[in-house]
Write a protein that binds this ligand. Structure first.
Ligand code: AFP
Length: 325
């Protein structure tokens, strides 16, 4: 089985970008090891600090963030990083060609129940006349040069695109290498599975409620087929399932609090997942726009997300559109 770096070389990926992805795989192996130590690593539980988004940080969030920062900023090719756990960007090498945005541990509330978590990342080119400020990162998702995630589950997997389709690598613990285990991930257009946090039902728009109502009616309803539902509460795991066997994943607009109508972050959740899903033949939208075309206004911007099997995403968007009329 092929290792990560030779696979990237075969795809003619720029040597500097390969080096950045190599740094990311070093971080992934270290984070995977710490997670596998569980309670014994002495890192579980809350630090009692809050990150800039008002969420309690877990010790492993802090540790993963620090590791990613330290290793990426050591690279000659990384100009700056942006993290879910950092208010502003952190500058690295002034000559670096790339910017890396990441969520160090997505689904971190799963850590204390020994469940699946992941690291999501997005690599962007440094724009011309780079300011050294956060605005360097404010590029739409279709500027990404690499995107992916590491899933820390029963096995550790790296799922990656550089624009040559989606590849899945599995960490072989015996040799400490990510080996290519699926070289052409594809998402079937139709599905019978959806993922959404149903407890928010009463806060959704009418169109989203009507869409889910019809899914729940199964063969007796207008969709004429039964649907299954899954929710891991870590985007990385829910999107991984969609990449493996299709499905629709949604975290839509909701009216719980006027100042926070969206949950997921554009730069290090929406964009990288959108590119992976599109590269695998699926679709990734907000209620009204292809995610990859959104012009970001803030590195921590939140958006709604509807992604997965193409026919099902279209169907969901039709419900939303017709309820606007
Ligand atoms: P945390 O990383 O803060 O735990 O959040 C994970 C997440 O942003 C995303 O990965 C999940 O899809 C979503 O939250 C789960 O949200 P619910 O709390 O509504 O289940």
């Amino acid at each position: 089985m092929q290792r990560l770096i030779p696979t990237l070389r075969k795809d003619n990926v720029d040597a500097a970008l390969i080096s950045v992805l190599h740094s990311l795989q070093i971080c992934a192996k270290e984070i995977a090891y710490r997670l596998s130590q569980g309670e014994m690593a002495g890192v579980l539980g809350s630090t009692l600090d809050e990150n800039i988004q008002g969420e309690t940080q877990k010790k492993l969030d802090v540790l993963a963030n620090q590791l990613l920062k330290d290793i990426l900023l050591e690279s000659d090719f990384v100009r700056a990083v942006a993290s879910e756990e950092e208010d502003g960007i952190v500058n690295g090498n002034l000559q670096g060609k790339y910017l890396v945005a990441f969520d160090p541990l997505d689904g971190s509330s799963n850590i204390d129940i020994n469940s699946v978590v992941g690291t999501i990342f997005s690599v962007l080119p440094v724009p011309a006349n780079a300011s050294g400020e956060a605005d360097m990162f404010l590029q739409p998702g279709n500027h990404q040069v690499a995107a992916g995630y590491v899933l820390y589950g029963p096995s550790t997997m790296l799922v990656l695109t550089t624009g040559h389709g989606v590849r899945m690598f599995t960490l072989d613990q015996t040799v400490g290498e990510f080996l290519l285990t699926d070289d052409q991930v594809t998402i079937e257009p139709s599905t019978r599975e959806f993922a959404i946090n149903m407890s928010n039902y009463r806060h959704w728009q009418d169109g989203m409620r009507r869409y889910v109502d019809d899914l729940l009616q199964g063969v007796e309803g207008p969709r004429g087929k039964n649907f299954n539902m899954r929710w891991v509460a870590a985007m990385v795991a829910d999107v991984h399932r969609v990449l493996c066997r299709g499905g629709l994943f949604a975290y839509p607009w909701d009216g719980r609090s006027a100042d926070k109508p969206y949950k997921l972050r554009l730069m290090y959740e929406g964009n990288p997942m959108a590119w992976l899903v599109e590269q695998a033949g699926g679709l990734a939208y907000t209620e009204s726009q292809r995610i990859m075309t959104i012009q970001p206004t803030d590195i921590h911007q939140r958006i709604s997300v509807i992604l997965g099997s193409a026919d099902e995403v279209k169907s969901c968007l039709n419900y939303l559109e017709s309820s606007q009329k």
